[in-house]
Design a protein around this ligand. Structure first.
Ligand code: FES
Ligand code: FES
Length: 208
């Protein structure tokens, strides 16, 4: 189809159809870009990343990790596919099940719902970063002691979420635990065991 942008006057906003296509990433004719470029949007300069690979730096478990990634790559895919950190699991891949839960600046997030490019400058902690060396954390040990997993796919996400939950709620009731861990699903139905983990870990004063 003939592109007639060149024959049209510049719109008052200063944003041409070509600019919009670059910004939204839907322009099939946009060349692959390396590093941010600048486009005009509503009269303002806007940094445009991609759609090609751009340099990304993530801070994961206290280490700086680098990769060339397309801006559309999620934090979960970056962790698993580029940095070989496969503890966070890809199950629903749409921010529903919690299997990919990691900590970002100390708060739980679904890694499948965060773009790697947006996670730059934040402290990411995965389940691999919770323990020191081969030693299990108290929460991890309690999962073993209370037989709180079956297939294990939800377990890393639950351990990260439970660890954070117990930091915030050192003396939770069962209802608190139900509500606090409601962002994580277990298809095998190990909820009783997981609640026992949270209660036992708290009772024994081992929530860190
Ligand atoms: S895989 Fe991310 S929430 Fe399910
Ligand atoms: S142990 Fe199988 S999904 Fe939870």
């Amino acid at each position: 189809m003939k592109d007639d942008d060149a024959r049209k006057p510049e719109p008052a906003s200063g944003v041409t159809r070509r600019d919009f296509m670059k910004i939204s990433g839907i322009g099939v004719a946009v060349p692959l870009l390396v590093g941010p470029t600048v486009a005009k949007a509503a009269g303002e300069d806007v940094a445009v990343h991609g759609p090609g690979k751009v340099p990304i730096e993530l801070t994961v478990n206290g280490k700086k990790l680098h990769a060339q990634l397309e801006p559309r790559v999620t934090l979960l895919d970056a962790l698993r596919d580029n940095f070989n950190l496969t503890g966070a699991k890809r199950v629903c891949d749409r921010g529903v099940c919690g299997a990919c839960t990691v900590l970002m600046d100390g708060k739980t997030v679904y890694a499948c719902a965060v773009l790697a490019i947006d996670a730059q400058g934040k402290k990411i902690t995965t389940i691999e970063g919770l323990a020191e060396g081969d030693a299990l954390t108290p929460v991890m040990q309690a999962f073993v002691d209370h037989d709180a997993q079956q297939c294990g796919f939800c377990t890393p996400g639950f351990i990260v979420a439970t660890t954070r939950f117990l930091e915030q709620h050192p003396n939770p009731t069962e209802d608190d635990i139900r509500r606090g861990l409601s962002g994580n699903f277990c298809r095998c139905g190990t909820y009783n065991g997981i609640r026992a983990v949270a209660l036992a870990t708290t009772r024994e004063g081992r929530s860190s």
